[in-house]
Design a binder for this molecule. Structure first.
Ligand code: FAD
Length: 379
């Protein structure tokens, strides 16, 4: 492997164990602060500072711009570890990696030189602003428009559910830049374009103030665009082709299923620790239930690893399945862990309840589980 290839060669991707050790400090900090972050509805400043300086934000950035050039195998493993410690931080990281990868693949030389070194160093966090109320999970009816003007574009619209709102230095915004062209795409439609919009652009207002049931520390909120001017250089990829880019992205193997695996692992550990502490692990019925739980976690991890390795004949379909299967198994794991914890788990403050709230979000996020089923059933 030449150094320019980065960590795309499977043999060179560090093991999950090695990655855990590399980031142990950050993971311990995230884990110890997760309950407080959930209460407060935001990550503590110390955690954000540690995340920025830990090097973890660089994973998807190519070596020539200061990262290790990791593909999905590396980023899925890192996301799993972060999700086990704090799922809210994991979805911020997932969006950051997704935008880093899109710029690496689709950016112009100028865009890559401008964004990637700052994304690698942790100076900048990136977020995706695609969703809107009324747009639908499949983003075919977005109301955010991009109008061509001299030297650039004027964006108008209101995005919802943007993870990292207010934290991000810039947003990958999806906007309708021309009439839908009638192409049948299951996610998005023709005539949509991606724009890289700086958080301090005049006319952009970000607000993390959504009161969510789960993923409460993920700064998931609103991004409003009021006659927001962006130069031509802000366009990422070909004009009008965002939906085709989204369709291709799945082939890379990056999956929110990794968030689900981390959550399932955390719930499994809570159940195991409780059984041990109460001396219940001597009982056959409890041991059987714990064995089933461990099997679910391992199955979820296996399909996420398979997506990251891109070994299947249809990597895009495996990526969709990995998200669907891992999030479903993780929801079941959390429910079963709640049952195993008995009345202890019925205390509002017990961490298993936070995990159960957080895990629901994975099924609701891009693409939603129903949309995954739709996309898989169309093939
Ligand atoms: C915690 C969290 C973080 C998020 N972060 C981001 C982010 O960073 N950036 C971003 O852009 N978005 C983000 N989202 C939004 C998310 O990606 C979804 O696209 C959006 O929430 C979909 O909205 P909806 O379920 O209300 O859509 P609706 O269209 O109202 O869907 C309602 C139900 O119908 C199903 N459905 C809708 N259309 C179809 C279809 N064509 N085929 C099959 N089933 C369908 C859906 O799966 C859902 O179950 C986030 C959401 C959550 C919960």
């Amino acid at each position: 492997m030449s150094s320019a290839d980065g960590l795309n060669d499977l043999a060179t991707v560090p093991t999950r164990e090695a990655l855990y050790e590399d980031h142990r400090h950050l993971l311990d900090l995230l884990r110890s602060g997760a309950a407080e972050a959930d209460d407060a509805g935001r990550l503590p400043q110390a955690v954000l500072t540690a995340m920025r300086s830990s090097g973890i934000l660089a994973a998807a950035v190519p070596p020539e711009y200061g990262g290790p050039g990791g593909g999905a195998l590396l980023t899925n493993r890192l996301i799993e570890h972060v999700a086990e410690a704090d799922p809210s931080a994991a979805i911020i990281l997932y969006q950051h990696y997704a935008v880093s990868a899109r710029i690496g693949e689709r950016g112009t030389a100028e865009q890559r030189a401008h964004y990637l070194p700052r994304l690698a160093s942790g100076e900048w966090i990136a977020a995706s602003a695609w969703s809107e109320s009324g747009a639908g999970a499949d983003k075919r009816n977005i109301a955010t428009t991009a109008r061509r003007v001299d030297g650039g574009w004027i964006l108008d619209g209101a995005k919802t559910f943007t993870t990292g709102a207010g934290l991000a230095s810039f947003y990958l915004v999806l906007a309708q830049s021309s009439e839908p062209d009638g192409r049948e795409l299951a996610y998005g439609t023709g005539g949509q374009t991606f724009y890289l919009v700086a958080a301090d652009s005049p006319g952009l207002v970000a607000d993390a103030g959504m009161d969510l049931v789960g993923m409460r520390a993920s700064a998931t909120g609103f991004v409003e665009l009021h006659s927001c001017f962006v130069p031509d250089a802000a366009v990422l990829g070909p004009v009008g082709e965002a939906a085709s880019i989204i369709a291709e992205v799945r082939d890379c193997g990056a999956t929110l299923g990794a968030v689900a695996v981390g959550i399932a692992e955390a719930a499994h550990r809570l159940a195991e620790a409780h059984a041990r502490a109460r001396g219940l692990d001597g009982q056959q019925a409890v041991r059987f239930r714990l064995a089933d739980l461990a099997g679910r976690v391992e199955s979820a991890r296996a399909i996420v690893e398979r997506a990251g390795r891109r070994e299947s004949d249809a990597p895009g379909l495996t990526t969709l399945r990995s998200k669907l299967v891992a999030s479903t198994l993780a929801e079941e794991t959390c429910l079963e862990a709640q049952r195993l914890l008995g009345s202890t788990g019925f205390l509002r403050s017990h961490p298993v309840n936070r995990l159960a709230r957080d895990v629901r979000a994975v099924g609701l996020m891009g693409p939603t589980n129903d949309l995954c089923r739709q996309l898989l059933s169309e093939k």
